[in-house]
Ligand binder design. Structure first.
Ligand SMILES: Nc1ncnc2c1ncn2[C@@H]1O[C@H](COP(=O)(O)OP(=O)(O)O)[C@@H](O)[C@H]1O
Ligand SMILES: [Mg+2]
Length: 498
């Protein structure tokens, strides 16, 4: 996830202020610019409109840099509350939130006013783009009331900002199912839900990687297992051939994502030539904390299927999570994906942060401490603008894949998520290339369920509110929420025109 705990929106990308600083000679700044530079320099006699200040390049650069952080007013006013909606809105939108009964603030993703910190900027983004937007709460105990409001079709779209799993915390039995059914009814009447239950389960699930396997952004030899038999036969064959990654569908932040290497014996030369036996040894590394365990194939499979409790079969596990990845069967999201281990993950994962069909930011997440996990907390983030040539090829390929993406994921006709990420892992070219390209990127996962806007969410969970987000973070993150507003209105218009 574009996680709530990872901070800082510092940019490695460019923040250019003025060409004035780039030429060789000292230059003259005139009018308002000179006045502003004068202020930054502590110069007070700037009232004269024709003022000229002669400064050298290095000083100009320094002053302009200081100015950019010292003058948020240049970036427009700051809104810490919900803005008024226009009288004649281009579309009507609603942000839907949920407060966990009895939890402080309604959940650790919120502030003391009970709102997610990023809800207000998202709603304001819609309003700035010409739409009307309100924020409403869903209460599991008042489902009928909420259903009546939603099904009045007063809103063109709902932006659901409820973290996965929250609707099952201290709620009435069946709350998630009731909520999803209602969202689907709203969609069937022509409304848009970001992200719909279908998008969350089909695009956000790990087996989406199997569906995109043959696209430019996919890894061809990706498999999904839904039953114990499929897992046992499949994994024994794949891991006999090469190092693999086994990914559970539930959980996040590397929990139940296992890098698997064969320790005993050699990998076979062709896929299918050999299958591992239960007694052969594996080296396993879990991506939540990079810890390593050694187990037999039989123990690993027992852990994946039944968990660690039967020590005679599963051995001793140090993982803090309980395995049982197929529990509940396919319908309940029980699945494991088996993907080739891409060793160049050590160079880092590239997160493409999208609003609809527009890339807003590129984030390079490099594993730290000698590990291979690029999840938040285990990796160092560097931010790039979408225009950065470093990732031009990768982004161009994603853009080319996008028109097909929803179809391939069995989501034809559904709008793209309002905010989503595609996380790419680098690898050597699949086939020898003649164009000098030595790195190809494939998708390791999509995130499309309530992706958090980290500079806002960085202050959540305690006493702080949106007003406590530092200016630099506020303005940086508002670029994303403002884009989301523009994209929401555009997607609503396109949907209505269908
Ligand atoms: N095919 C792969 N090859 C190498 N490392 C991988 C692969 N897939 C995932 N990883 C590593 O595991 C981490 C977590 O996997 P990911 O699929 O993103 O799950 P999560 O939902 O937990 O973030 C990644 O950030 C990366 O470090
Ligand atoms: Mg991930």
């Amino acid at each position: 996830m574009f996680s709530a705990t990872s901070r800082v929106f510092s940019k490695a990308g460019v923040r250019s202020f003025s060409t004035a600083a780039s030429a060789a000679r000292p230059r003259a700044l005139v009018g308002a610019a000179a006045a502003a530079v004068g202020i930054a320099a502590g110069y007070t006699g700037y009232a004269n409109e024709c003022l000229k200040i002669e400064i050298d390049d290095a000083t100009a650069k320094k002053l302009l840099a200081a100015l950019s952080t010292a003058a948020p007013a240049a970036k427009g006013p700051r809104y810490n509350e919900l803005m008024p909606s226009p009288a004649d809105p281009a579309a009507k939108v609603c942000v839907v939130e949920f407060n966990i009964p009895g939890a402080k603030n309604g959940g650790t993703d919120k502030g003391p006013n009970g709102h997610r910190i990023d809800s207000l900027p998202i709603a304001n983004g819609v309003i700035k783009a010409g739409g009307a937007c309100e924020i409403i709460k869903y209460y599991d105990t008042k489902h009928a009331e909420f259903a009546k409001l939603v099904m009045s079709m007063k809103y063109d779209a709902l932006i659901v900002r409820i973290n996965p799993g929250q609707l099952s915390q201290k709620t009435l039995p069946g709350t998630q199912e009731r909520f999803d059914t209602l969202m689907n009814e709203f969609i069937s009447k022509g409304g848009i839900v970001w992200s719909s239950p279908d998008v969350q389960t089909k695009m956000g699930a790990k087996d989406a990687l199997v569906k995109i396997a043959n696209m430019g952004c996919g890894l061809r030899d990706t498999l999904a297992y839904y039953t114990a038999e499929e897992l046992i036969t499949g994994f024994k064959k794949t891991c006999a051939f090469q190092p693999r990654v086994i990914k559970q569908n539930r959980g996040s932040a590397g929990e139940g994502i296992w890098l698997c290497w064969l320790c005993s014996g050699k990998y076979c030369k062709t896929y299918g030539e050999k299958s591992l036996t239960d007694g052969e040894y594996l080296k396993l590394m879990e991506m939540n904390d990079n810890h390593i365990e050694y187990h037999t194939v039989g123990e690993f499979l027992e852990f994946c299927i039944n968990g660690p409790d039967n020590k005679a079969k599963a051995g001793n596990w140090s993982s803090v999570f309980p395995g049982k990845y197929l529990d509940g069967g396919k319908a309940a999201g029980g699945q494991l994906v088996d993907q080739r281990l891409l060793p160049r993950i050590s160079e880092g994962e590239v997160r493409i942060l999208m609003a609809g069909d527009t890339c807003q930011k590129i984030i390079h997440k490099k594993p730290t401490g000698g590990g291979l996990s690029a999840v938040g907390g285990n990796s160092e983030y560097t931010y790039y603008e979408p225009s950065d040539p470093k990732y031009a090829d990768l982004l161009a390929k994603l853009m080319k894949d996008i028109p097909q993406l929803m179809k391939v994921l069995d989501l034809d006709g559904q709008p793209l998520p309002l905010i989503w990420t595609a996380d790419y892992i680098p690898k050597d070219p699949e086939f020898a290339r003649t164009d000098g390209v030595d790195t190809e990127y494939v998708v390791g996962e999509f995130n499309c369920s309530c992706v958090g806007i980290s500079p806002f969410q960085a202050v959540c969970g305690g006493e702080k509110t949106l007003a406590d987000v530092p200016d630099a973070d506020y303005y940086d993150a508002s670029e994303l929420t403002d884009l989301m507003g523009v994209k929401a209105i555009a997607m609503i218009k396109a949907h209505k025109a269908k």
